[in-house]
Design a protein around this ligand. Structure first.
Ligand SMILES: CC(C)(COP(=O)(O)OP(=O)(O)OC[C@H]1O[C@@H](n2cnc3c(N)ncnc32)[C@H](O)[C@@H]1OP(=O)(O)O)[C@@H](O)C(=O)NCCC(=O)NCCS
Length: 176
């Protein structure tokens, strides 16, 4: 059985190793990482998936970062990175992590979530390219991979502009 837990500092290097295994080399060169530089992820939304046995091997990880969108600085969550260990893909671990993270995000009052990824995978969780057509990521980013989900219905309406790094001290749940 898989157990989901909130990430702790002791998970750090195991998570980095899993991400290095799951993603192509140079993952930290992606433009999405520039939005994460020097900004803490949202701790209660960063999760590990481990086997419920004596070894408790790390089978998956998800993290979410706060970002703001456009001149209006609309607060949003950036989903990712999310990964399942290559030997454990297709078991539903990615889905468990994403669903739990999104549920916690909604419970915490976040209104919208964005990501860069494949719509054929993320559509099952409610992410749509059509909701993200008015937003842009810093280059180089393939615009067709920018997706958004409304955690509260209607909250992507009127949200336009470039996704920016979160500013320290910003009020997280400010309505836009
Ligand atoms: C993407 C990832 C997190 C999914 O986790 P997972 O535990 O393997 O996924 P699940 O078991 O929940 O779902 C498996 C299903 O998703 C599909 N799927 C996985 N990646 C997909 C993709 N990129 N595009 C379309 N479908 C995808 C599988 O084909 C499978 O389909 P099925 O249910 O019809 O059989 C995992 O494959 C992974 O770590 N990949 C490498 C890192 C990565 O690309 N992360 C996402 C960055 S955007």
């Amino acid at each position: 059985m898989i157990v989901l837990s909130t990430e702790t500092p002791g998970d750090h290097w195991e998570i980095e190793a899993l991400l290095d295994t799951a993603f192509a080399p140079g993952r930290t060169g992606l433009s999405s990482y520039r939005l994460r530089d020097g900004v803490d992820p949202v701790p209660e939304l960063c999760l590990t998936a481990r086997d419920d046995d004596a070894i408790a091997a790390l089978a998956g990880t998800i993290r979410f970062w706060p970002v703001s969108i456009g001149e209006a600085a609309a607060p949003a969550l950036l989903l990712g990175p999310v990964a399942a260990h290559p030997t454990r893909q297709g078991e539903g671990i990615g889905a468990m992590l994403i669903l739990e993270g999104l549920e916690r995000a909604a419970d915490a009052g976040w209104e919208r979530c964005i990501l860069i990824g494949d719509e054929p995978y993320y559509a099952r969780f409610g992410f749509r390219r059509s909701l993200a057509e008015a937003i842009a990521f810093p280059p180089p980013t393939n615009p067709n991979r920018i997706l958004a989900k409304e955690l509260i219905k209607g909250t992507m309406k009127g949200v336009t502009g470039t996704v920016r790094k979160w500013r320290a001290g910003k009020t997280r749940h400010a309505k836009t």
